[in-house]
Design a protein around this ligand. Structure first.
Ligand code: MTE
Ligand code: MO
Length: 347
């Protein structure tokens, strides 16, 4: 793994390794953390509490969750909102953030229970509009200690898109990935998929947690730390369409093989296109994996007669014909989130 930070563990596989497996092995699944990893939990005494605007509050052991609710399996991709931040930083410095490459994204088959089923069983107040999640880890922000937290709108939960996961690719979660229980949300950026889940709270409003209110918001390119009005932008949620190159091979005779992934949170990828002439002409890449909503798709393109030093650009399209912004300039923001500009590489 490439270690971006060690004391507070942040790491990715190499981009080449990332797209070797459609389902990322847990040992290669990127890790994003904001605090020191909590010490491991004793599974028999671990409990997650459900409180707030519910008819009856409850605490569940892992065994109770598995016994009382249907076990579901779902393939889902987790992408960090800071994925591809390094490219933005190359354009204009982004201080004090992890300068992720394009491998802060991974996909797994998750096993768990649906949060919807739990809330239906407990009975929810009609005035509940958001579900807040708190993790057991502590981060330090603006000189204060805060647990990592987030929230999602109730509609997302009722759609069955929020999973409480116990296993990844059939293995129990490792501590780095949130053992023994974490949230996984279909189609949203990773920041809402709270690890080491300790509390679920049904609320009228969004989570007041630092990571929901004072982080993970996208400002215009002209805004900076000093001028940011955090109450203005909405919290990052659905992943916009994105695609990148993870593998490049060029033989001395000019045969080129390109590979990568594409993803969109609320749709499916229809096409991935590459250009060798600054976007004047585009060529369809081959989609080499299953196409599943909210899950990455792999693509590959082979060409010949490509000279060294050629600049290659990739972009994706979804079923609504949406595509990516063309330039880094238009997506740059001082926190370096949500970079989904056309990905460019020089061969
Ligand atoms: N408790 C807790 N949950 C968390 C985080 C965290 O720091 N603490 N990081 C979030 C972010 S920003 C991302 S991108 C994903 C990453 O999940 P992974 O480390 O399993 O890849 O976890 C999310 N859940
Ligand atoms: Mo993230």
């Amino acid at each position: 793994m490439i270690i971006f930070q060690k004391d507070i563990l942040n790491c990715t596989p190499t981009p080449e390794e990332l797209t070797e497996n459609f389902l990322t092995p847990q040992s290669r699944f990127f890790v994003r953390s904001h605090g020191i990893l909590p010490s491991s939990f004793t599974e028999s005494t671990y409990r997650v509490s459900v409180s707030g605007l519910v008819s009856s509050e409850a605490h569940f052991t892992l065994e109770e969750l598995q016994q009382n609710f249907e076990t579901v399996e779902q393939i889902l991709t987790i992408q960090c909102a800071g994925n591809r931040r390094a490219e933005l930083n190359d354009l204009k410095t982004i201080p004090e953030e992890v300068l992720w490459n394009n491998a802060a994204i991974s996909t797994a088959r998750w096993t768990g229970v649906r949060l919807k089923d739990i809330l239906v069983a407990l009975g929810m107040d009609e005035s509940a509009k958001h579900l807040e999640f708190l993790g057991a880890d502590i981060a330090t922000r603006e000189n204060k200690e805060t647990p990592f937290g987030a929230s999602v709108p109730i509609e997302k939960v009722l759609a069955g898109d929020v999973l409480l996961a116990l296993a990844l690719n059939g293995e129990p979660l490792t501590l780095a990935h949130g053992a023994p229980l974490r949230v996984v949300i279909a189609g949203y950026y990773g920041a809402r998929s709270v690890k080491w889940l300790s509390h679920i709270i049904a609320r009228h409003d969004e989570s007041p947690n630092f990571f929901q209110q004072r982080s993970y918001k996208v400002f215009e390119p002209t805004v900076n730390y000093k001028t940011a009005d955090w109450s203005r932008p909405s919290a990052i949620s659905v992943m916009p369409i994105n695609s990148t190159i993870t593998y490049v091979e060029r033989t001395s005779s000019g045969e080129v093989t390109l590979k990568g992934y594409a993803i969109v949170g609320d749709d499916t990828i229809q096409a991935v296109e590459v250009s060798f002439d600054e976007g004047n002409s585009w060529h369809n890449a081959t989609l080499t994996s299953e196409v599943i909503k909210s899950v990455w798709v792999f693509w590959e393109y082979r060409a010949s007669g490509i000279t060294q030093g050629t600049s290659v650009i990739v972009r994706a399209k979804d079923s609504q014909n949406r595509t990516q912004p063309a330039t880094l300039e238009e997506v740059w923001n001082f926190k370096g989130y949500q970079n989904n500009a056309y990905h460019r590489m020089t061969l």
